[in-house]
Design a binder for this molecule. Sequence first.
Ligand SMILES: [Zn+2]
Ligand SMILES: [Zn+2]
Length: 140
Amino acid sequence: MPLAKCARCKTMFNKEDRPICAACEPLETADYEKVRAVLETHPDLNSEEAAEKAEVDIAVITRMLKDGMLTDSAATKAATCGQCGAPALSASKRLCQPCLDKMNAGMARAQASLKMEAPKRVEVGEYMNARAAFDSKRRT
Ligand SMILES: [Zn+2]
Ligand SMILES: [Zn+2]
């Protein structure tokens, strides 16, 4: 059994599969339950907000996330596509590549039809007439 430093109380202990010692085990479980309960009712919280609401140290949540104990928090779940629920490109984009392509194509189409509805034709004839009228007015 490898000797390791407890992630909670920093004492050395015989590490099995958990990063905390036996003495901290109940505390860890309590924290975990608190965080889970908070995330269940508020799945959109990020880890900082969840830590505050659960009154648990942010370090505990970060470690639980890293260890894969928490998988359904906003910190890990945020990156899903808002359109189809597929994994998103990034948490800020909230879109997957196919949906992003679809949106870009739709935007390009909208822009193209906008251009067709408002053609910019130069009315040469009108310009010339106006110019002639202006000139004749000036002459009289
Ligand atoms: Zn400990
Ligand atoms: Zn999508």
